[in-house]
Design a protein around this ligand. Structure first.
Ligand SMILES: C[C@@H]1N[C@@H](c2cn(-c3ccccc3)nn2)[C@H](O)[C@@H]1O
Length: 449
């Protein structure tokens, strides 16, 4: 029987209100990690540190006073929110998630609860306000990332080991609560809050606070969406409560990894989002991308399609430089992905899990409330035959490449709920999309029994 909880999941199943339906239909988002860490870019006193650039303070053992004085160098003269938003629009994202405050504690908005913000920098202006306005003007939703973990704030604690810790950490939680209320109040068009830095015991021992933050945000900004990573329940259980129920509005555990399309299909039962770096593990700007593998546009495109095929959102990360511009590799990736989305985005936006078995050639997506099935093909069989297994009652009618709607492909029913779709055997240089029309009914039985 269920364990009684005060601060566990507040509901089960997917939210189906307009705000969540829009969040789900967005599918593809741009993550932006921007802060003081973008100034040194992974290099300190002439030494390059391979670990994630937004962790340079820790990797290079930089004293807090030294790190915090980077605020006086924050003056991104090349920052142009409208230009960032145009690039995002061309890339085909429908939402953007910006780090309002990362673990270093530096705030990209002039918060009245701390001096450690843009207001204290030579730049002075409100970065968040400019980004929200510019991206919303391009029709792109904006979500706020907020790190509960805060290396700058004197009252932060990793754990509560004494009454003094409790008193200090209570002050910290009040500070964070006030900042979050400030963000939800001052930027009312923000659609979701992306919490991070909640894995420490100090936060796990404060499930009630995490519950109250979610409650407050939804009172201040009705319809707003909160990720599972914020939440701890009465017993410190995170993401899913002590009864295995998902907390928050969507599962946000997939960081630099994706669920397996064969063994992890359970994720299709709830909303979820995966966030992904272009290098192996760099969220903030790093001067030297030779320190690890850098994913190609096609690798990233396959991850986007893979995620959509399992009913999830894909949040691809960009790390602007300390000057406020993007490195060439990121601009090139945005262009290649944008070109593909311009032609085939209809197989991503407002598409979901098709409820079909994964095949070797690639991924299915299904347009919401339609009989339109998309096959996004990455791996071409030497036979030229694409295998399709349908659920009982689903009958394929016709198929054609999105790029050649008029040329119907041969669809052969070879057994109950088993089909082969014939495609020309040739080299394709980018993933192709085949659109398949189907209907619910008995199989045609054209094949010999
Ligand atoms: C979304 C990503 N989450 C942050 C992160 C990751 N980690 C981490 C810490 C220890 C092990 C593995 C991951 N700590 N903070 C990264 O800095 C980025 O913001």
């Amino acid at each position: 029987s269920a364990i009684p909880l005060q601060y566990g999941a507040q509901y089960s199943g997917k939210r189906t209100d307009d705000a969540m339906n829009k969040w789900r239909s967005n599918r593809f988002g741009q993550f932006i990690h921007w802060g003081l860490y973008a100034i040194p870019g992974g290099v300190w006193n002439g030494k390059t540190y391979n670990y994630a650039a937004e962790f340079l303070k820790a990797s290079a053992n930089v004293p807090s006073a030294t790190w915090d004085s980077l605020m006086y160098q924050f003056n991104p003269v090349k920052f142009d929110a409208k230009q960032w938003a145009k690039m995002a629009k061309k890339m085909g994202v429908k939402y953007m998630t910006i780090t309002t405050k990362h673990h270093e504690g530096f705030c990209l908005w002039p918060s009245k609860y701390t001096d450690f913000s843009v207001a204290g920098s030579p730049y002075k202006k409100d970065i968040l306000k400019q980004l929200v306005e510019a991206y919303n003007a391009e029709g792109i939703d904006v979500n706020f990332y907020y790190s509960v973990l805060d290396w700058h704030h004197p009252d932060w604690r990793n754990d509560i080991k004494s009454p003094q810790d409790s008193v200090a950490f209570k002050r910290y939680l009040d500070f964070a609560y006030n900042q979050l209320k400030e963000l939800a109040t001052n930027y009312p068009t923000v659609k979701a809050f992306w919490f991070d830095g909640t894995w420490d015991n100090s936060v796990k021992k404060n499930g009630k606070w995490t519950y109250e933050v979610e409650k407050m945000l939804k009172e201040v900004s009705p319809g707003v969406i909160v990720n599972s990573r914020l939440r701890a329940d009465d017993y410190g259980k995170r993401h899913k409560d002590s009864n295995g129920q998902l907390m928050g509005d969507y599962e946000s555990g997939y960081e630099r990894r994706l669920p397996d399309p064969v063994t992890d299909t359970a994720v299709t039962r709830w909303d979820w989002e995966a966030c992904m770096t272009i290098p192996e593990n760099q969220w903030g700007y790093h001067k030297d991308w030779t320190v690890s593998h850098v994913k190609s546009p096609l690798e990233l495109l396959e991850m986007l399609v893979h995620t959509t095929s399992m009913g999830g959102n894909f949040l691809l990360n960009f790390g602007p430089t300390g000057n406020g511009d993007f490195r060439k590799e990121e601009l090139d990736i945005a262009t290649v992905i944008g070109n593909w989305m311009g032609k085939y985005g209809d197989a991503i936006w407002n598409c979901d899990y098709a409820g079909m078995k994964k095949e070797d050639w690639g991924y299915y997506t299904k347009k919401k409330n339609s009989n339109q099935l998309n096959m996004v093909v990455f791996n071409w069989p030497s036979s030229g035959l694409l295998k399709v297994r349908t659920p009982r009652g689903m009958v394929l009618d016709k198929a054609s490449f999105v790029d050649a709607k008029g040329n119907a492909l041969k669809v052969e029913e070879i057994a109950d709920n088993q089909y082969l779709i014939q495609v020309p055997v040739k080299l394709y240089t980018s993933p192709q999309v085949i659109q398949v029309d189907f209907h619910q009914g008995a199989t045609n039985g054209k094949y010999q029994k």
